[in-house]
Design a protein around this ligand. Structure first.
Ligand code: FES
Length: 320
């Protein structure tokens, strides 16, 4: 894996809610961390099994001394959030350099819609837009006030509106009212649980928002099923342009797994089609895009995720 890593120490931890822990991380060698843009995330390696998980950076982007993460202890955790919640001040973890598939667009106005722990990348955007005088409004949805992190930091900001499921119906998110009509100078960003994101994105599409104005970051892949016999489900051959080597990708396998099993040093992180680390360019063949990270324009430009996407043609050549 070509990701750049460093060792970091937990310099502070606090738990703003019973299920959310906020960590400040600094390099163990005292050097500065990498620069990042709001919306960026890092990989964190934790637990006895060296699990790699992605967490958005939610602190201000203008400091390289520390990174701030907020981690929800997921009910259906695969182990990553539990391992994170076991960390205490002084513990060390390995972290990657930040990557960003969810940066602020050049739009004049920014509507940010957070669901639960999806506040994390949007909080970094709020801090940046505050610092630079950007025009924005944050809509922060949560099951309840007591389950929402960063309420204290945000509640006196007139450009923030909270929407709590357990409070009056009229304060719940109404995208038509809260985002206003689609506007070519406005970008709409959404981050949160999958069902929440699907709801917001579907509603935005119904309201006439152009896909290029919608920016999203998922923490888990949208559920997809690939029935045997449907287009893209079958086997195909992938060819690497650099070596000319060819690999058979059987039904049910991913290109990334086949390459890694064959000793190819392919880039990857999430293995779910949501982080963008495994993106390469397709040089020949017909791709079957199954990621949740590339835009239509990037796909049209030949970008392709090795971890989740497949081929509709019998051969696919990629730039690797
Ligand atoms: S490894 Fe994250 S998108 Fe493929």
């Amino acid at each position: 894996m070509s990701t750049t890593w460093t060792e970091a120490v937990v310099v502070a931890r606090h738990d703003p809610t019973p299920r959310i822990a906020v960590f400040d991380l600094a390099r163990t060698d005292g050097e500065e961390l990498w620069e990042f843009e709001p919306g960026a995330h890092i990989d964190v390696v934790t637990g006895a099994d060296d699990m790699i998980r992605q967490y958005s950076l939610c602190g201000p982007a203008n400091t390289r001394k520390q990174y701030r993460l907020a981690v929800l202890n997921e009910e259906n955790s695969r182990g990553g959030s539990r391992a994170m919640h076991a960390l205490a001040e002084g513990d060390t973890v390995r972290i990657s350099a930040p990557r960003n598939r969810f940066g602020l667009s050049p739009a004049r106005r920014h509507i940010l819609v957070a669901g639960g722990i999806g506040i994390t990348p949007l909080l970094a955007m709020v801090l940046e837009l505050e610092a630079t005088g950007g025009d924005y409004h944050l809509h922060y949805c949560s099951r309840s006030r007591s389950e929402a992190a960063f309420v204290g930091e945000l509640e006196n900001n007139s450009r923030v509106t909270f929407h709590f499921d357990d409070e009056a119906a009229e304060q719940r998110l109404d995208l038509a009212r809260d985002a206003g009509p689609p506007d070519p100078d406005t970008a709409l960003y959404v981050c949160g649980p999958g069902g929440f994101m699907d709801y917001v994105l579907d509603r935005a599409a119904e309201l006439g928002w152009h896909p290029s104005a919608l920016h999203k970051e998922r923490f888990a892949a949208a559920a997809t099923t690939l029935e045997a016999g449907t287009p893209g489900s079958g086997s195909f051959t992938v060819r690497l342009a650099s070596t000319g080597a060819e690999y058979e990708v059987a039904e049910g396998e991913s290109i990334l797994d086949v390459l890694l099993d064959s000793g190819v040093d392919a880039p990857y992180s999430c293995q779910q089609g949501i982080c963008g680390e495994c993106v390469v360019r397709v040089l020949a063949g017909e791709p079957d895009h199954r990621d949740d990270v590339l835009t239509d324009a990037e796909r049209a430009d030949g970008m392709f995720t090795l971890c989740s996407s497949r081929a509709l043609s019998s051969h696919l050549e990629v730039e690797l």
